[in-house]
Design a protein around this ligand. Structure first.
Ligand SMILES: [Zn+2]
Ligand SMILES: [Zn+2]
Length: 346
């Protein structure tokens, strides 16, 4: 609990970590959210290890956030105190045509902004309270468990957006390979099963991830062995996968993705593993390949993801931690010993 009504705890970068801060006051169109759940994500590790990843510090981490509306600035409309909400995280400039259309993830001014969004250069939700610039970044969640809603804002939204972009290829008789069945990948498998008639092949190096993939509905689960691309081809009738979603994005997974792809297929690099993929013509990629680098998702898509979860079509594997145990949760994420997504509850 907060020490007093005026202060709050927040997990800040750079260290020392959890500190006491003044609780912010919403001004203009801002909305203050009392955080009920904040997901911990692999990209938080990149941000921590890179000392803020180039964003001006200090700022509070946490880009997967759910909470209830605490108070509104004088110009804020559309929500009321007490409303349970999930926060749309990829805040853009708020003024360009992309932002106005709810596609802040592809803001025209993205390159010049000193932030990528909530908890990524702007104060995030690993805190008792978080200030949101506008009510348009809030998606109502009704009685959905906040510990489910919070991770859905990234771990659900990012694969949903990646899948929406290649929906034309995901028809009956098609095959999709999901490489990496972690926080995002296990939701990708569920989304593919809920939204498409495609055969879903999951690939991972970890046995428990393959078991999770099977529980999430994957038709085939393959260990990421050196011949995994041959297994993907075999499972897809020799053709290769129409769509490959790579949730790792390392040299090894990109090579596997390229070798597993069918001609005229979609290679979707979701994970920011920093791997290299040579694009040459002719080269390793089959004829007609489309390579894409989706980033997060749109505001409308977040609403659609929440609706799917409310209908029982999406279930995040979660391990809960109190906010005071954030350092433990980070350690567990780093050592790969978490059972599902770590969610912090203030
Ligand atoms: Zn994330
Ligand atoms: Zn913009």
């Amino acid at each position: 609990m907060p020490v007093s009504t005026r202060t709050m705890r927040a997990f800040r970068l750079p260290g020392p970590g959890l500190v006491d801060l003044d609780r912010p006051e919403p001004r203009g169109g801002e909305v203050l959210i009392r955080v009920t759940a904040a997901g911990l994500c692999h990209s938080d590790l990149y941000v921590i290890d890179a000392g803020g990843m180039g964003f001006p510090t200090p700022f509070t981490l946490g880009h997967e956030v759910a909470g209830t509306v605490a108070s509104l600035g004088p110009d804020a409309t559309g929500v009321s105190p007490g409303d349970p909400v999930a926060i749309y995280g990829p805040w853009g400039c708020g003024l360009c045509p992309r932002c106005l259309a709810g596609r802040d993830n592809y803001c025209d001014r993205r390159a010049e902004l000193p932030w990528a969004g909530l908890g990524l250069g702007r104060d995030g939700g690993m805190a008792d309270y978080v200030l949101v610039p506008s009510a348009r970044y809030l998606a109502p969640i009704g009685d959905l468990d906040p510990a489910q809603a919070a991770p859905l804002t990234d771990a659900g939204l990012t694969p949903y957006h990646a899948i929406q972009r290649c929906r034309p290829a995901l028809v009956a008789g098609s095959t999709v390979a999901v490489i990496g069945v972690g926080g995002l990948g296990h939701l990708a498998v569920q989304l593919l099963r809920a939204l498409t008639p495609s055969q879903v092949i999951a690939v991972d190096i970890r046995e428990e991830a393959l078991a999770l993939a099977a529980r999430c509905g994957a038709h085939v689960s393959l260990p990421a062995a050196p011949d995994a691309h041959r297994q993907v081809r075999k499972a897809s009738g020799g053709r290769g996968a129409d769509v490959v979603l790579d949730f790792a994005g390392t040299d090894a997974t990109l090579e596997l993705a390229a070798r597993s792809l069918r001609a005229d297929g979609d290679l979707v690099i979701v994970g920011s593993g920093g791997g290299h993929l040579a694009i040459r013509k002719p080269g390793a990629l089959p004829a007609g390949s489309r390579v894409s680098l989706p980033f997060w998702g749109t505001r409308d898509e977040l609403t659609e993801v929440v609706t799917l979860a409310q209908a029982g079509k999406l279930r995040v594997e979660v391990e809960r931690f109190p906010l005071s145990a954030v350092t433990d949760a980070i350690k567990r994420l780093r050592t790969g010993t978490l059972h599902g997504r770590a969610v912090l509850a203030p």
